[in-house]
Design a binder for this molecule. Structure first.
Ligand code: CA
Ligand code: CA
Length: 235
């Protein structure tokens, strides 16, 4: 038996003004304990591929080879500053795993393609949790951010090393507690924090990357996707 895979996402609208205000955006979030409706749909989200939605989490891929799954918001955001907190479990045999997982904020919904099972050339942000060390530099699992104007494909051969805005080496697989990734976009500053799941302290975040002058679309769709390759992995 492999441990349960948990995927829960909270998307929060950041509206800073004279008085700082933060509002929880339920139309851009999903979480348990009643994540799905009786027909297995998720309010305000579409999902597909091998993804299966349960009451308190979504399993994007089972522990098998060549599986892929995705979940995308149905609505485009009406706010341009936000933070999102996602809770994951990624499990599998061995020290390195299969492909990995991505969190998206993209201007278009587009077609599902081979870049962690989302668009091939997207406009917006991808935060990639790349499990597989394709370039053999012994630097995966790795978490990184890539901003794309719709002109590039993620270079799997080099694990995106020349394309990243920044990132951090974090072994997010097979951890005793869920991994948490917090992505904040405010005043054109992109910040990614990671809680690496070694303790059950939900607030145990470390800075993974911070980049100024980042231009993301004013409005976009959120998404999460995952893929396995010739190696298997639960996401
Ligand atoms: Ca890789
Ligand atoms: Ca690598």
């Amino acid at each position: 038996m492999w441990p349960q895979v948990i995927l829960v996402c909270f998307f929060i609208n950041l509206a800073y003004g004279l008085q700082q205000a933060v509002s929880f955006e339920y139309k851009y979030s999903f979480k348990g304990p009643h994540l799905t409706q009786s027909n297995k749909s998720i309010p305000f989200w579409d999902y597909g591929g091998d993804a299966i939605a349960f009451d308190d989490y979504i399993r994007l891929t089972p522990h098998r080879r060549n599986k892929r799954g995705w979940v995308l918001s149905t609505l485009k955001t009406s706010f341009n500053q936000w933070f999102v907190e996602c809770v994951f479990k990624v499990t599998g045999r061995g020290r390195v795993g299969a492909h990995g997982l991505a969190v998206w904020f993209t201007e278009d919904k587009g077609q599902v393609g081979p870049v962690f099972e989302n668009q091939v050339m997207w406009r917006g942000l991808g935060v990639f949790m790349d499990s597989s060390d394709n370039d053999g530099q012994h630097n995966n699992p790795y978490i990184m951010a890539m901003v794309n104007g719709g002109t590039q494909q993620y270079d799997h051969q080099s694990d995106g090393s020349q394309q990243q805005l920044g990132g951090c080496l974090r072994d997010f697989r097979n951890k005793p507690y869920p991994i948490r990734v917090k992505i904040e976009y405010y005043s054109k500053i992109l910040t990614v924090f990671v809680n690496n799941g070694l303790t059950n302290n939900k607030d145990d975040f470390e800075l993974c990357l911070r980049q100024e002058n980042v231009n993301l679309p004013d409005s976009g769709y959120f998404g999460i996707s995952a893929a396995t390759s010739r190696l298997a992995g639960n996401h």
